[in-house]
Design a binder for this molecule. Structure first.
Ligand SMILES: Nc1ncnc2c1ncn2[C@@H]1O[C@H](COP(=O)(O)OP(=O)(O)OP(=O)(O)O)[C@@H](O)[C@H]1O
Ligand SMILES: [Mg+2]
Length: 338
């Protein structure tokens, strides 16, 4: 039941990169709606009240209109599938920058466009598992058992409800002790790599690993097991603080443990078009990292922050929202960079 067999090739109803308005046109579209979203986020409305009042089911007329609008823009070319499974760690030791949100929504967007995707939740907080609707109890076998007890990933990965082609290897609270338990294990930095090597990834197109906000052994395991690192950067003051340490760690892992490792992607998150600060951070990141930075910016959006409380990605919670559209665009860019 958990085998990584494509169940349902999704329609190729995505958005072409070659839109007439170009990436920055999209950016402007996104930032225009950001204002409303941001204002809403500042309102002191309880999550339940706000969520209940604004929940939009995937098949609402609004969502259908959004999909129709995308189709009108001539954006229904199929997304290319990688020759072999791309393993991408989503990492930044700074907390709350959008790692989990990015992992979950990029994974959902890829899966909704026919890619077969596994999310590995490597954060003891288990936020990605929650956002993907993973049922967990004391008996749940999780990525902890894979790292510490050599459990097979295939056995613990669960299909994500309502999103064909998407699976999640969940995290449970046991993982909080893993950093310490791993220290005494053989090949402690390569436990996840071994787990990936132990099963056939040829059925998968992507594995996305949601890293915790630290540079400890869990994150090192992710970096040893992957080919690419994706770094979400929040468009806020101090956004670049600590980035040097992250880059040095990537270099260290590359030179000692995984020569194939590279930083492939930087994604600017929580962009607020009303502030000069967001624009300044975006400009600074682009001037440092050039083409590594995706053209798509993810706006600050209430819908994005609401979705996890409904155990959903924003891609299913409100596919017509600015946040969902931005993650769709970002996923398209990633798919075309294969
Ligand atoms: N584009 C966005 N608009 C509004 N809120 C967002 C957006 N992206 C993320 N958030 C919210 O910001 C908070 C932090 O996001 P997220 O959990 O993805 O960050 P993280 O880097 O994974 O955090 P941690 O370091 O704790 O793992 C969450 O409450 C999330 O809902
Ligand atoms: Mg997280």
């Amino acid at each position: 039941m958990n085998s990584f067999v494509p169940q349902n090739r999704a329609d190729n109803d995505g958005v072409s990169r070659e839109t007439p308005a170009g990436a920055y046109g999209d950016l402007l579209d996104v930032s225009r709606e950001t204002e409303a979203d941001s204002v809403a986020s500042q309102a002191s409305v309880s999550r339940e009240t706000w969520g209940a009042a604004h929940a939009v089911a995937p098949e609402t007329p609004l969502a259908q209109m959004a999909h129709a609008a995308m189709a009108d823009r001539g954006q229904d070319t199929p997304w290319p599938r990688p020759k072999s499974c791309r393993i991408i760690s989503v990492a930044n030791q700074k907390g709350g920058v959008g790692k989990t949100t990015t992992t979950v929504n990029i994974a959902a967007a890829l899966a909704m466009h026919g890619q077969r995707v596994l999310v590995v939740d490597l954060d003891p907080q288990g936020n990605a598992s929650t956002a993907l609707g993973m049922e967990r109890d004391n008996q749940t076998r999780s990525i902890y058992h894979c790292l510490v007890e050599d459990e097979e990933i295939r056995k613990l990965a669960q299909p994500v409800p309502d999103i064909p082609n998407l699976w999640c290897a969940p995290a449970t609270i046991d993982l909080a002790g893993a950093e310490i338990e791993l220290v005494s294990l053989v090949a402690r930095e390569a436990r996840l790599k071994r787990a990936f090597a132990a099963y056939d990834t040829s059925d998968l197109d992507y594995i996305l690993i949601d890293c915790p906000p630290s540079l400890g052994l869990l994150t090192v395991n992710a970096m040893v097991a992957c080919d690419e690192v994706m770094i979400p950067i929040q468009c806020e003051y101090y956004a670049l603080e600590g980035l040097g340490q992250l880059l040095r760690n990537v270099e260290l892992v590359k030179s000692h443990l995984n020569t194939g490792l590279s930083i492939s992607t930087i994604l600017l998150t929580m962009y607020d078009g009303r502030t000069r600060l967001s624009q300044q951070v975006a400009d600074e990141v682009r001037s440092h990292f050039g083409d590594l930075v995706l053209r798509t910016l993810v706006p600050r959006s209430v819908r994005v922050s609401e979705a996890p409380s409904y155990a959903q990605s924003v891609m299913t919670y409100d596919p017509s929202s600015t946040g969902a559209m931005a993650y769709l665009e970002a996923a398209r860019e990633i798919a075309h960079r294969a």
